[in-house]
Design a protein around this ligand. Structure first.
Ligand code: MTE
Ligand code: MO
Length: 413
């Protein structure tokens, strides 16, 4: 199980329920034997410690956090979070197919019915607060864009490798990213139909999941032409795990801003705050200062990163091959990629392959005569705004935005 966002996550609560059960029983002076009797009588560990885990409306077992199959050859398992295994992208195209796309649920995937679903737009920033049905949303003129969604914590495990100190949260390698073609309606259209006021300042979509995840954004980002209310992914109806019936797409921004299962949008003339831009998804550490009410600078755009399409710390067979990977940036397109096969001593330019789309990624490759041995392969990208992946990044408590060059371990036999 992940230990991401320890303070308020039901998933975490469930994982810790056992441990807390015994502690709680001790405090109440209940003997181990009596507790076992109580449990056998059906009280249930979760009920006992006050963890709310209602049964699923669709009758699926309450333990099912995610709906789609997530076989171990496709995903690394972190409970309600599933990390894409990069080696599966080697023999595929530009897009990540829906069945391979990483999943990050703060609680778990809710099952929603499009025919009863409503999107409510309200708040001081609109003059005609109203509801939209699913049919109304899909009946509006749509656009399709190809963009990544990447978790702010992608690469988090490398903080421990760099600092000997583990950042809080799921210890992802680099698989908490995917690129898809998203189809939907510009958020601006929907806000306009609710009578958006010129004085509107912040916009906060809210999810219909148990935790009602909501990450506010400034009005400028809400009005961008490619900020969408999405209902299709790679030409298919948006799957439940990715936000069915409707999710937000915020190109280039941290994953959490791409609210899934959106049910309400608050538009305000005042700045908006939630746990997701004050306590989490902010940079906390010796190099960062609090920005009240936030505990540190709030994250917005994703940085520049690169990944190899190889198993992590796996084995490959010796021989001549194309060593392939992908690089991306929240700020724009990739301008240059360099690869080092000798732990950063020498670097060679990688060949970039079209398409190279802004806030998506570019595929690249180099020839490699892979001889037996152990390697730590490195890739370093530069985007068209001049950001180059650095050798290191300062530590932050929750392990966000690890965009430094990473050594990818692989053994050639
Ligand atoms: N309502 C809601 N939206 C959410 C989340 C969530 O738990 N609930 N997780 C966020 C996070 S942290 C990320 S990284 C992305 C992941 O999107 P995906 O699961 O479609 O890959 O969704 C975001 N949107
Ligand atoms: Mo995330």
């Amino acid at each position: 199980m992940p230990d991401e966002m320890l303070m308020d996550e039901h998933v975490y609560e469930a994982a810790r329920a056992d441990e807390r059960l015994w502690t709680r029983a001790k405090t109440l002076g209940i003997s181990r034997r009596r507790l076992l009797e109580l449990l056998a009588a059906g009280a249930g560990a979760a009920a006992f410690v006050g963890v709310r885990r209602p049964p699923r409306a669709d009758g699926a077992p309450a333990t099912d956090l995610i709906v789609k199959p997530t076989p171990p050859e496709f995903f690394n398992d972190f409970g309600s979070n599933k990390e894409m295994r990069w080696e599966n992208m080697y023999a595929r195209g530009y897009l990540v197919p829906n069945e391979l796309f990483f999943v990050r649920d703060h609680s778990r995937t809710p099952r929603l019915d499009a025919s009863t679903w409503r999107l409510r737009v309200e708040g001081s920033g609109v003059s005609r607060p109203r509801e939209f049905t699913y049919d109304e949303i899909v009946g509006m003129p749509s656009i399709s864009v190809t963009k990544f969604i990447e978790c702010a914590g992608n690469g988090r495990s490398f903080y421990e490798a760099a600092y000997g100190r583990r950042a809080e949260g799921g210890q992802w390698h680099l698989g908490a990213i995917g690129v898809a073609e998203w189809t939907g309606v510009p958020l601006r259209e929907v806000l306009d139909r609710a009578g958006l006021k010129p004085s509107a300042r912040d916009v906060m979509p809210e999810g219909l999941d148990e935790l009602r995840v909501r990450r506010p954004m400034p009005i400028a980002k809400a009005l961008a032409q490619d900020t969408l209310l999405v209902y299709a992914m790679n030409g298919q109806t948006l799957p439940p795990d990715h936000g069915f019936p409707v999710r937000v797409l915020m190109p280039g921004w941290i994953g959490v801003a791409n609210t899934k299962w959106v049910g309400r949008i608050e538009v305000s003339e005042q700045p908006l705050y939630s746990a997701w831009n004050t306590n989490t998804y902010v940079l906390i550490g010796p190099d960062y200062k609090p920005e009240p009410p936030a505990l540190g600078p709030a994250l917005t755009f994703q940085a520049v990163k690169s990944a190899f399409e190889l198993p992590w710390d796996g084995e490959i067979v010796a021989g001549r091959r194309l060593l392939k990977g992908r690089s991306w940036s929240g700020y724009g397109k990739i301008a240059k990629v360099e690869v080092s096969l000798d732990r950063g001593v020498t670097w060679q330019p990688a060949r970039m392959r079209e398409p190279n789309l802004a806030q998506a990624w570019v595929r690249w490759d180099v020839d490699w005569d892979a001889r037996p041995g152990s390697y730590s392969l490195r890739a370093r990208a530069t985007d068209d705004k001049g950001h180059t992946q650095p050798a290191g990044v300062p530590f932050n408590q929750q392990g966000y935005l690890y965009w430094a060059v990473v050594g990818h371990p692989v053994t050639v036999r």
